[in-house]
Structure formats: C-alpha cells, structure tokens
Design a protein. Sequence first.
Length: 214
Amino acid sequence: MKTITIEGQLRTESGKKATRQLRSQDMVPGVIYGGAKVVSFAAPAMALTSLVYTPSFQKAEVKLNGETFVCILKDLQFDKVTDKLIHLDLLELVEDKKVIATIPLHFSGTAVGVKDGGKLNIRMKALKVKTLPKYLQEQIEVKVDNLELNGNIRVEDVKVEHYEILNPPRIPIASVSLTRQLKQEEAAAPTTTAAPAAAATPAAAPAPAAKGKK
C-alpha cells in the first residue's frame, strides 16, 4: 500500500489570527486524532497534493519535530470561494485498534451480460469498512464475470477477510442493463406464440314463419 511522507511542524498557537498567518505562508493547518493524544500541526500545501488530490486510498507518514505519525485521511475542508484546501483531519493508525476507512472498489473481468450486449453500470465506487490497520489495502477487488443481463452485485456479495463492511447490504454496487439497441431488437423480434383457433359458432335456428291473419 502506497505511503505518502509529509514533513510538517507542530502548532502551538490556535485561533483565527494564527490560522490566517499559516495560510498566508501557504501552510495548511490540520489535526491528527485517534492515538494517545490529539496533535495539531501544519504542513505545506504542496506537500499535501499527492494525498488529497487523488482517488487512491493511501497512508500518510507525517513527520513533526522528530515524531512520526502513520495516518489515513479522514476529512477535508476547502474554501468556498477559492476552492483551496484550508484544513484536514487525519486519523492515526494504532496497531491493535480498529479503524473505519473508505476503500475504493476495483471491478475486474467482463460480465456475461456485457458479452450478450448489455451495459455495465457502476453504482458505487467505494465501501466503508472497519478493520485493523494491518489489513488496510488500496482497493477491494470485485469480479463481475458472472453478472448477467438485468443482474446486480450487491454490498452483501462482497466478501473480504478481516473486513466488516458497514454499508447497507442490499444496495447494488454494479449491474448490467439492456442497451437501447438491445431493447429495440427485443421489441422487433417476431412473436412465436400461435393464436388460439376460433371456436365454431353454431348456425342460428331459422325464425318461425309468421302466421297470416284470418
């Protein structure tokens, strides 16, 4: 699993004034929690780029005044006007303490339904899991080979050893749907069911002759 090294500094001052000063120096304030103590720090914005601006799940090795903290990213805050990163929260990984993390999904194989002309629809890109730090991985592989037309793979179908998956089990994560062309082909296909034979209708009895007046 990829690890990003970040060189930062401990923060001794808090408040809006101190925060503004850090940001004016292109530093981003942050907090590390989950370990023996809560640590306030700041790091150069450029040093955080490869951790923040990626879909990959990674560890961060944060070095602060001679101490090293191994963490994962938990939360980010961006400026509403400039869209610049203004704060981040990191969760320290403790060997015997389970963590909750969001792990990306990687779909492999070619679905049977796609081979039959359908379209693969990815409905979820990641799952929230609970596990020990040593079992964290960059992605969860989901094989779609057996996925048929109009079929679904649901959260409950994903099995990863040592992972407790926290998403609702019945939510679909991938499906194969009919394409427009396939729908048109099915609609245009001739109907093979024979129409039932019409039942014979008995001839109507002749009306009785009218009697003349005497």
